[in-house]
Structures are given as structure tokens and as C-alpha cells.
Design a protein around this ligand. Structure first.
Ligand SMILES: Cc1cc2nc3c(=O)[nH]c(=O)nc-3n(C[C@H](O)[C@H](O)[C@H](O)COP(=O)(O)OP(=O)(O)OC[C@H]3O[C@@H](n4cnc5c(N)ncnc54)[C@H](O)[C@@H]3O)c2cc1C
Length: 499
């Protein structure tokens, strides 16, 4: 099969989502340019949590990317819940089925530095001090004008534009897409501190519930924590400046487990929570990903992770289409419904966590504090919560890309857990589907369209079952032994003709 070499893809925004987008496309052989008006990278920590599903998906990029991130961060294996200083529950994250059974604490500045290093190793260097000024979409992409900080302009054609340009996304505005949702009427403050006297081990984070609002402590390293504090309801037009260190200390003394002494502030800020999602993640060959498409509360630390997973979802589909290896409109059409459903779920879950943590009614708070230890004592509830937090529960059950499902095994659209020691699904320089054959299943017939399939087949734990796994590790279809025709039909449906 001959690959096409179309115009490059333009990525607007070199934040974490733009960097992952560029890295994924570049490794799949798509020429990219990535531009950003910033003149230097931010050095503040911002998002500090990388969840297991993100590590699984970044692992596909090779070059030990996930290992490098892990080496620089702190592995947290449990979430501790307290109310009024007393322990309510402990949710272990280590029980999940993943090669990465922990949440990695790593400042966003470090995450970006490591992503950048891997991107540059693939010959792509973000063009800083360069903004996307305007664009005109057409059937084959966009004609875009780039403006440099010194005023110079360049106009060029690109085969697609991906707006990874943050919550105030100029791409989203230019498309005229609604960003519906609300700004919650409460103020929050957060900061990174050196501290002493933390009563929990450095591999546990703590959520301290209190009638005045929650205080959350994420361990970045021994003696260095991210502290997030709810400041309460507010009708002021903007969040006030964050408290000084004495103010944070007083709030922690009142709401925390006690005995903690803040010794040095590293960075503080305050914020309002926005819960918003764009009405469509795609208009023709223009796509939105990351904060440009969805924003929500930092409770649960899902924002950056969800954005990176938008990029992973889009990259293999775009690479197959732009390289001419697949022609079905279904591929690009599936990006919006798949990722909009995930974004909506993340907004709903993080909103529920925020509302649960900030209950105003004393009776409701009392009930929460009584019920929570009982409910979190139930293994299925603990597993469900851990699955949501770690993002391993993310799935595409209603995707238009799904093929058949079979028997009692996993359904199409579910995550196919990577097995320790196996090359991750979708690794390498071409997006490929993987066949998994259960015990007793004969190899595929010679006339199975094979161009999109990895030549290395894997074992399927479901006896007598055939599974086809997408390049992003989600199940495309599952059928019984001998039923090769639905597999062939699925692959033919993606095209191209010589497949
Ligand atoms: C102060 C602060 C604290 C945060 N704390 C947390 C936290 O504790 N937990 C958490 O999960 N998340 C946190 N976040 C959010 C997290 O940082 C974002 O979810 C994450 O950065 C989203 O990545 P992104 O790449 O989508 O967007 P961004 O990181 O916002 O990157 C967008 C990029 O687009 C660029 N851009 C803008 N206009 C143009 C244009 N015209 N052309 C080209 N490029 C353009 C911008 O310069 C920017 O570099 C915080 C954010 C901030 C600002």
C-alpha cells in the first residue's frame, strides 16, 4: 500500500494536549507544525496528576516515555478520606488491573518538558512566539495565517487544524461553537508548599471534608505537597487573591488532620470552577481537543488527562485517513461522539465530587459522613470509584465505530487492558489493529483483509473468542471462533479498496 503525503497538520497550542497530539501524529508518520504565541514555557506546576490510563496510552509512544515520567514523579497508591479531622475511608488504587496501579504526581511543567524532549527527538520543534491568527476551512483542510511576535505573517494550507489552544480557544471562537455550561459560585485557592508533620505516607493523598469546605493534600514529593482549599460560596465577579502562607496554615489547622506545618510556599493561585463543554469537537477538518473542548473542576485532577486522551483518540484516526490507509468517513466522524461522551462524563463526575465535598446542609453532611465509610467499605463501590478516578473505566460503548459483541466477554468499545510485558496496542510507526485469538481458535483465513492488522497476533483470555483491538487499546469487535466474515466486513468498511 502506498502512503499519501498530504500537507502538514497544524496544531494550535503547545500545552500538554498539543504536545501529545504532535507526538502521536509525528510517530505515525504525519507531518505536523505546532505553533504557540507563548515566548517561553510556563514553569508553574498546574496539573499535577497523571492517571493510569494516560500512562498506558503514552506508553504506546515508545522511547520509554511513561517510564521517564514515572522516574520524575511520585507514585500515589491510595486516596484517604477524612471528615472533621477523623478518618472515614481509604480507597486503594493498587487494586486496579493496569501495569500502572497508581496515580503519578508530577508538576505539569515537568510533564511538558519530558513530552517536548520526546517530540524534539522525532524532529518536531514547537514554533513559539507564533500564533494562529486566522483560518478558512475547505474540504481538504484549512488555509491558515500564522502571525509571529515580530509582526511577520505566513499563510499556508494544512490538511487539518487541531485547536489545542486552551480554555479561551481562538479556534473554537472562530468556528462560532457554543461552550455551554456554568461558572460555579464558589472560590478556591491552591498552592504548592514545603511542609512538615503530614500524618499520612507520601504515597497517599488526603481529602479532608469540613463544614467550611474541603482541603485536599496531594504529595508531590516527600515534604512537598499541592494544597487545594475550598474558600466557600461567593457572588463576587472573580475569585479573590489566594491567602498568604499564614492564611493557608490557619485553614489547614481547622480542616486538616492536625499537626501539619507549612514551611515554604512555592506557588499559589486562586480560581473559580467552570463546567463547560463545546457543542461539537469537530467541524470538517478542524478539531478541538483538551481545554479548548472541555473545562471542569480540578477535583479528581482529570482535565489534562482527558485532553491528552482526546489527542490519542484522534491521532490514529487522522493518521490512517491522511496517509490514505483508510478512507471511511466513520473514522473521523467517531471522534466527536466518542470524546464528547467521555468529556460529559468527566464533567458530571468531577461536579458530583465537588458538590459532595461542599455540602452546605448540616444534615446532608452528617449523612454523607456516616454513609461514606460504609459505602466505600464495599469492594464493588471502591473498584468503581477507583476505575473512574484512574480513567481505566473510560469506554466507547456507544461508538459508531463499534463492531459486533459476543457472549459474556467484553463488549465492543471497552478498554482492552494491556498485559505486562506485551508491546502496547498501537505502538510503532503505523496505526494497526490487533487480533486476539482465544484458546482453540484457528488462525485467520488467508483472504482476511490484512493491511490494517498487526502481523503479531495475541492471546485472548476468552476461550473460543476472536477480538479485534483498535490502535488505542479499545475493543473494535468480539466474535466467536470461525466468524471471520464480521471481522473482514469491519476492516473492509474502513477501506481502502486494496485492503
Ligand atoms: C493556574 C492553573 C492551575 C491549574 N491547576 C490544575 C490542577 O491542579 N489540576 C488539573 O487537572 N488541571 C489544572 N489546571 C488545568 C490544566 O493546566 C489544563 O487542563 C491543561 O493545561 C490543559 O492543557 P491544554 O493543552 O488543553 O491547554 P493549555 O495548557 O491551556 O494550552 C493551550 C495553549 O494554546 C496556546 N494558544 C492560545 N491561543 C493560541 C493561538 N491563537 N495560536 C496558537 N496557540 C494558542 C496557549 O498559549 C497555550 O500554550 C490548571 C491551570 C492553570 C492555568
Amino acid at each position: 500500500m502506498t502512503d499519501r503525503r498530504p500537507d502538514p497538520v497544524l496544531i494550535a497550542g503547545a500545552g500538554p494536549v498539543g504536545l501529545v497530539m504532535a507526538l502521536e501524529l509525528a510517530r505515525y508518520g504525519v507531518k505536523v507544525r505546532i505553533v504557540d504565541p507563548m515566548t517561553a514555557r510556563a514553569t508553574t506546576s498546574r496539573a499535577v496528576a497523571i492517571w493510569p490510563r494516560t500512562l498506558e496510552l503514552l506508553d504506546r509512544a515508545g522511547g520509554d516515555l511513561s517510564a521517564e515520567l514515572i522516574a520524575g514523579g511520585n507514585k500515589v497508591i491510595a486516596a484517604h478520606m477524612l471528615a472533621d479531622g477523623k478518618s472515614l475511608a481509604r480507597v486503594p488504587l493498587a487494586e486496579i488491573e493496569s501495569p500502572y496501579p497508581f496515580v503519578l504526581m508530577l508538576p505539569q511543567s515537568e510533564t511538558e518538558r519530558i513530552l517536548l524532549h520526546h517530540l524534539e527527538a522525532r524532529g518536531v520543534r514547537p514554533e513559539l512566539a507564533t500564533a494562529l491568527a486566522d483560518f478558512t476551512p475547505d474540504e481538504d483542510g484549512v488555509t491558515a495565517t500564522l502571525r509571529r511576535a515580530d509582526g511577520r505573517e505566513e499563510t499556508a494550507h494544512f490538511s487539518a487544524l487541531i485547536g489545542c489552544d486552551g480554555a479561551h480557544s481562538p479556534v473554537r471562537h472562530r468556528l462560532g461553537l457554543a461552550f455551554a455550561g456554568e461558572t460555579l459560585g464558589s472560590d478556591w485557592a491552591q498552592g504548592d508548599f514545603h511542609l512538615a508533620g503530614m500524618p499520612f505516607p507520601v504515597d497517599e493523598f488526603a481529602t479532608c471534608l469540613h463544614r467550611d469546605g474541603p482541603a485536599v493534600l496531594f504529595p508531590l514529593a516527600p515534604g512537598r505537597y499541592r494544597v487545594i482549599i475550598g474558600l466557600g460560596p461567593s457572588t463576587a465577579p472573580a475569585a479573590p487573591p489566594p491567602p498568604d502562607m499564614a492564611g493557608f496554615q490557619a485553614l489547614l489547622d481547622r480542616r486538616g488532620p492536625g499537626g501539619i506545618t507549612l514551611t515554604e510556599p512555592l506557588w499559589t493561585t486562586s480560581f473559580r470552577i467552570n463546567e463547560r463543554q463545546v457543542e461539537s469537537y469537530r467541524v470538517g477538518r478542524v478539531f478541538l481537543a483538551g481545554d479548548a473542548a472541555h473545562v471542569h473542576s480540578p477535583a479528581g485532577g482529570q482535565g489534562m488527562n482527558t485532553g491528552m486522551q482526546d489527542a490519542v483518540n484522534l491521532a490514529w484516526k487522522l493518521a490512517l485517513v491522511l496517509r490514505g490507509r483508510a478512507t471511511s468517513p466513520l473514522l473521523l466522524d467517531s471522534y466527536d461522539p466518542e470524546r464528547r461522551a467521555v468529556g460529559a462524563e468527566v464533567i458530571a463526575t468531577s461536579g458530583r465530587l465537588i458538590r459532595l465535598g461542599t455540602l452546605g446542609n448540616p444534615l446532608a453532611r452528617q449523612l454523607r459522613n456516616i454513609v461514606m465509610p460504609f459505602v466505600l467499605g464495599l469492594a464493588p463501590v471502591r473498584h468503581a470509584l477507583a476505575g473512574e478516578l484512574t480513567e481505566i473505566a473510560i469506554h466507547y460503548a456507544d461508538s459508531p465505530l463499534n463492531g459486533a459483541s459476543w457472549g459474556a466477554g467484553p463488549r465492543a468499545g471497552m478498554r482492552s487492558a494491556p498485559l505486562a510485558g506485551e508491546v502496547p496496542y498501537g505502538a510503532g510507526d503505523t496505526p494497526r489493529f490487533t487480533l486476539r485469538l482465544g484458546a482453540g481458535v484457528a488462525p485467520p483465513p488467508d483472504d482476511l483483509p490484512g493491511a490494517l492488522i498487526d502481523p503479531v497476533m495475541r492471546a485472548n483470555p476468552v476461550p473460543g473468542g476472536i477480538e479485534l483491538v483498535r490502535p488505542d487499546g479499545y475493543l473494535a469487535l468480539a466474535v466467536a471462533e470461525g466468524e471471520w466474515e464480521p471481522v473482514a466486513a469491519y476492516l473492509r468498511r474502513l477501506g481502502p479498496a486494496e485492503n
